[in-house]
Ligand binder design. Structure first.
Ligand code: XIL
Length: 351
């Protein structure tokens, strides 16, 4: 209760400043040199990273790219490493978009998470529209994973090898790989990724798995089985696309802990917290409280290695385009001003 009370007081102040059209004052935390510590500095002091995704066109938005480069320690390409981008024609690879983000990240000292080798969405048309025998599709998948992982060897610290492979009820999603190859494609994909890069951390990644429930139970069982079968699996990514109207994920800390107890890392990979527009003071305060709770839940578990926002500001967010009437999901607003959520994250990282 005490923490909640203190949090609300901090939000009230920040919100007044925000509504008054002023950026919230830089928080007081300073290192010995007197320089204000960034969110990533604070996370790094706790052995974690704090990052934000970025999509290629956003790099041309200089104030946006500058703040990304100074505040964060990690980035994930929003689209640039997806299959449609990396293998637009069968056997023809294009690493332009991903390379651009890697170059930017290296110049700013950010580490990069690779996203994603295999997904049902944003596949190239040639793959979606083809009819493939199991042998053909297996060789297509193997070649894709091998080429992409080798290209980014030493440049990304982790790969979302398989993205969104489960349904809400914990059954396997019937993507083209499942339909043609059966559930064994997941272990194969992990093994091919390991063969292409012995060092990179290999993850499964999904949404609606932050709390306990049928879907996260299915991942728990799958990862346990993969471990028992000696299939290479290093981590579980919880996207954390949260929405105020659905409530905070049930038992998030305990859920992160049970995956850690399977001896895999956990990462919060795509955090945003949307609301129905217009935003108001109460919704922004609740959002801030949730950002603080997600940060607390990660910090409470040693193997929760870091948090990535899916873009850090409402200026570049996928939410309004995908969820009608919703938005305001990030800790910075359209004008790159800090919202109460920023202060809540900062407080959670500092406490
Ligand atoms: C989103 C991108 O942000 C959009 O630009 C794109 O149009 C669609 O995909 N889960 C994921 C991400 O794993 O790859 C998605 O990214 C958001 C949901």
């Amino acid at each position: 209760m005490r923490t909640t009370h203190i949090r609300s007081a901090a939000f009230a102040t920040a919100t007044v400043l925000l509504l008054g059209g002023l950026a919230s004052a830089p928080a007081a935390t300073a290192d010995s040199g007197g320089k204000t510590q960034t969110l990533h500095d604070l996370a790094r002091d706790q052995g974690r990273y704090f990052g934000s995704a970025v999509d290629n066109p956003e790099l041309a938005d200089t104030p946006y790219a500058d703040l990304l480069g100074s505040e964060f320690g990690q980035t994930t390409p929003g689209n640039g490493m997806k299959w449609y981008a990396t293998e637009p024609q069968r056997g023809v690879f294009d690493f332009t978009a991903g390379d651009e983000i890697v170059r930017y990240a290296q110049s700013k000292g950010l580490k990069v998470r690779g996203h994603t080798l295999l997904w049902h969405s944003q596949l190239p048309d040639w793959l979606n529209n083809g009819t493939w025998s199991a042998d053909e599709l297996r060789s297509i998948l193997r070649n894709h994973i091998t080429k992409v992982v080798k290209h980014y060897r030493g440049k990304v610290f982790a790969w979302d090898v398989a993205n969104e492979i489960m349904n809400e009820d914990g059954t396997y999603r019937e993507n083209i790989f499942y339909k043609t190859l059966g559930p064994g494609y997941i272990a194969d994909a992990l093994r091919w990724a390991r063969a292409a890069d012995p060092k990179v951390k290999l993850y499964l990644n999904d949404y609606n798995v932050e709390g306990t429930g049928a879907k996260s139970d299915a991942y728990y069982a799958l990862i346990k089985q993969l471990k028992a079968d000696r299939v290479p699996i290093d981590g579980f990514g919880m996207q954390a696309h949260l929405a105020l109207q659905y409530g905070f994920p049930y038992q998030m800390r305990q859920n992160i802990q049970r995956f850690a107890d399977l001896r895999v890392d956990v990462a919060i990979t795509e955090l945003d917290i949307r609301m129905f527009l217009p935003a108001d003071e109460a919704k922004l305060a609740q959002q801030a409280d949730w950002y603080g709770q997600v940060t607390d839940a990660c910090l409470a578990v040693k193997r929760c290695v870091g948090i990535t926002l899916w873009g850090y500001s409402d200026r570049h967010s996928w939410i309004p385009g995908f969820f009608e009437g919703e938005g305001a999901a990030l800790p910075w607003d359209e004008n790159l001003r800090r919202k109460p959520a920023y202060d809540a994250i900062r407080k959670a990282l500092t406490d």
